[in-house]
Design a binder for this molecule. Structure first.
Ligand code: ADE
Length: 427
């Protein structure tokens, strides 16, 4: 399908505009669980802080992202949206954004890599002043292939750990010449989205793809960062025996003291019924691990890129491959099978709907406030990677708490004095 123009003269490339009604209903459903973003949208529509600002957003096109896009548009932004992963787009959401909100969307579930890359170019054709990125592909492509566009850039906001790792490498290499907001590093982002969001949605993806019982299974979780912690904890809660693999000795101790067995992947390979990679690194599961696995082992990834499982090695070891359910492929090796979910792409977004709205509420409130911050501070920020200001993080947490109906204590004057002084100790 190629880009076309609607009666309202916007370009788009989505699966089927006829899906818009379903998308609209689901976007509204997600909005109920997004009180922080709702408040921001209301303020944005009065103050219009992004009036006329060209934004290219590269995100998973989900109901939650739709609510972010609607908030940016309410703020006056001239935004286009492309998919940040070939398998994560919800086609009905993409259709509704075009039809109901007039937002140019370029995203198709199952798009091939060439289409994905073409959409990245379309995002750049928009001559963005701000890039809202998830994985840093748009920023990296701008720097590598279209550096003449950099002069218009006010900055970028980055959603994921993987994207921030790439931004740090760009900064070190001297090629990041505009400010970047590390949205992922806000406490109200990674404590909740990475941990509870990835924890729940990863298991959701596995269950939707396979319909297997998790209780009693041995689940191997590769990586014990915030995402790994969430996945391991939720898998334990579902009655699985969880093994963690790590390369970081501190994280490995943490996993052990959280009650998980910790061992190298080559040993875990023989035990696992299900393998989940959440490391951000490549080839975490490779040839020797496939060879050591049990018949019927299920392998999937919830890290940003589809490089954690070495599928080329698996294909080389295999005599055949067949699709046995949606997003579920069975590879035949000598005498056994290995099952791969979602082609090694993010299983939570490929086979399920990604993180639930309640956590994306805080992540995307951070995104929206980060964009506003870049615009407000244009010309004042040196090139570099910036954290979301603590006051904004706290503000998001306070609104979320209020929406959850939870009250907390406040410091007395005496306590405030105590925690900012040094002279009171042992009496
Ligand atoms: N990343 C993980 N889950 C997501 C969601 N529901 N929407 C957008 N990005 C996501």
């Amino acid at each position: 399908m190629s880009a076309v123009t609607t009666p309202v003269q916007i370009r788009y490339e989505v699966r089927d505009l006829g899906l818009a009604a379903s998308g609209r209903q689901r976007i509204e459903w997600a909005a109920r669980e997004m009180p922080v973003l709702r408040q921001l949208r209301q303020r944005f529509s009065q103050e219009r802080p992004l009036a006329g600002i060209r934004i290219s957003a590269c995100c998973h096109v989900t109901t939650e992202t739709a609510n972010l896009a609607i908030a940016l548009k309410a703020a006056g932004a001239d935004a286009v949206l492309i998919a940040s992963n070939p398998l994560s787009t919800q086609d009905d959401v993409a259709a509704s954004l075009v039809v109901d909100h007039g937002i140019p969307v370029f995203a198709l579930k199952g798009e091939d890599t060439a289409t994905y890359l073409r959409h990245v170019q379309i995002a750049l054709d928009h001559c963005p002043q701000i890039i809202v990125d998830d994985g840093s592909d748009v920023v990296a492509t701008m720097i590598k292939e279209r550096p003449e566009l950099i002069k218009d850039m006010m900055g970028t906001t980055e959603e994921t750990t993987t994207g921030i790792v790439r931004l740090k490498a760009m900064l070190k290499a001297g090629v990041l010449t505009f400010p970047a907001m590390a949205v992922n590093d806000a406490e109200t982002k990674h404590f909740f989205d990475n941990r509870y969001g990835t924890g729940q949605s990863t298991l959701d993806g596995i269950v939707r793809a396979t319909n297997i019982l998790l209780a009693g299974k041995t689940i191997v979780v590769a990586g014990y960062g915030w995402c790994g912690k969430g996945v391991a904890d939720r898998a334990k809660g579902m009655g699985a025996n969880v093994i963690v693999t790590e390369i970081n000795p501190v994280a490995a101790i943490e996993a052990a003291m959280d009650g998980f067995r910790v061992m190298p992947m080559i040993d875990a390979a023989a035990y696992g019924d299900i393998f989940i990679t959440v490391t951000g690194n490549k080839h975490v599961i490779r040839r020797e691990h496939f060879l050591a696995m049990k018949d019927g082992a299920i392998v999937c990834n919830s890290g940003h890129f589809d490089i954690e499982i070495d599928l080329v090695a698996l294909a080389e070891l295999s005599t055949g491959k067949r699709t046995v359910r949606n997003f579920t492929e069975e590879y035949s090796l000598e005498g056994k099978t290995v099952i791969v979910l979602g082609q090694g792409r993010l299983v939570n977004l490929a086979a399920a709907e990604g993180h639930p709205a309640s956590v994306m509420d805080m992540s995307f409130a951070n995104q929206a406030l980060a964009v506003e911050y870049l615009v407000k501070n244009y010309g004042k920020l040196e090139p570099g990677i910036y954290n979301i200001p603590v006051e904004l993080d706290q503000q998001i947490a306070s609104i979320k708490l209020a929406a959850m109906g939870i009250g907390i204590d406040t410091l007395t004057a005496d306590q405030k004095h105590y925690i900012s002084s040094w002279d009171e100790g042992t009496e």
